[in-house]
Structures are given as structure tokens and as C-alpha cells.
Design a protein around this ligand. Structure first.
Ligand code: FES
Ligand code: FES
Length: 158
């Protein structure tokens, strides 16, 4: 049976009517209209649907929306501030860390979690932590360069 739940997304509270088996990805895209989070494999294998839940990465295609109640959800739409790209987004643009862009929201959300938790990020650590985010276009080199460039200026990342 469907029920109304409250989800806190990017600082705003949304009331949504959901079925018990609806995933967070379905609710974000199909009910709330936040299309930045991408549906790739829908199986928990590609990372395209990555969001942050209480600051940690979560694959929204395999998480029930109901399990996100009472938690802080952050999507790619919540990264920019007052019309300005977040430094990670700006670095992806500057370093050419995207081509078709389909993997990019998930990459950026994972990068944010990694940068927030790793004080001394190395390329090796980054590659391990981002191994679950797949990209079919870039060959990863420029993605790594983009994230490392933000890490080098970590005092500026919010
Ligand atoms: S769409 Fe969720 S991991 Fe691929
Ligand atoms: S930029 Fe196309 S899949 Fe990564």
C-alpha cells in the first residue's frame, strides 16, 4: 500500500506518495523531477545513480525511498551554490573530465564523499574509492586529474 513520506533533499523537505517497493532513484527522477541523478544499469553496478545520504555515497537504484526517510539526501542538483558550480563541478569542466556526461553526476557525488573524508588523498586511494563509478567515454584519466586538482586546493572545498 502506498504511503506519504517526507524526504529531505538538498535541504528541502518533499512530501511524496510512494509504494513500498519504489527505489530512491525512481522517486527522485519520476516523482520529484530531479533528473540529474542518472539511471544506468538499475542493478547497483555502474554508479550513475550515486547520491549522498548523510554525507556517504549510496546507490539510489538499489535503495528503497522509504529507507531514506529522516536522512539528509544530497543530489547533483544540491552541489551548486547561488548559481555557481561547486569546485568539483568546475574542475570536471576545466580538466575535461566529462564527454557525454552520463556518468558525471554519480562521479561528482562520489568525488565529494571521497574529498570530504580523505585529508591526504592520493591517486591510488581515489582510483580505489571511485572504482564503482563506470565511465564509457573518458578513460578516467581526466576524471582523476579533475578530482586531484580539487584535493590540491582542499582548503577551498565546501
Ligand atoms: S543505475 Fe544504480 S548502480 Fe547503475
Ligand atoms: S562521460 Fe560518458 S559515460 Fe562518462
Amino acid at each position: 500500500m502506498k504511503s506519504v513520506i517526507e524526504l529531505k533533499i538538498n535541504g528541502d523537505t518533499h512530501e511524496v506518495l510512494v509504494a513500498p517497493n519504489e527505489t530512491l532513484l525512481e522517486v527522485l527522477r519520476d516523482r520529484i523531477g530531479l533528473m540529474g541523478t542518472k539511471r544506468g544499469c538499475d542493478l547497483g553496478s555502474c554508479g550513475a545513480c550515486t547520491v549522498l545520504i548523510n554525507g556517504e555515497t549510496a546507490l539510489s537504484c538499489i535503495m528503497l525511498a522509504m529507507d531514506a526517510v529522516g536522512k539528509e539526501i544530497q543530489t547533483i542538483e544540491g552541489m551548486e551554490e547561488a548559481g555557481h558550480l561547486h569546485p568539483i563541478q568546475a574542475a570536471f569542466v576545466e580538466k575535461g573530465g566529462l564527454q557525454c556526461g552520463f556518468c558525471t553526476p554519480g562521479m561528482i557525488m562520489t568525488a565529494k564523499a571521497v574529498l570530504d573524508e580523505e585529508e591526504h588523498l592520493t591517486e591510488d586511494i581515489l582510483k580505489k574509492k571511485m572504482a564503482g563509478n563506470l565511465c564509457r567515454c573518458t578513460g578516467y584519466k581526466k576524471i582523476v586529474e579533475a578530482v586531484m586538482s580539487v584535493s590540491d586546493k582542499s582548503g577551498e572545498v565546501s
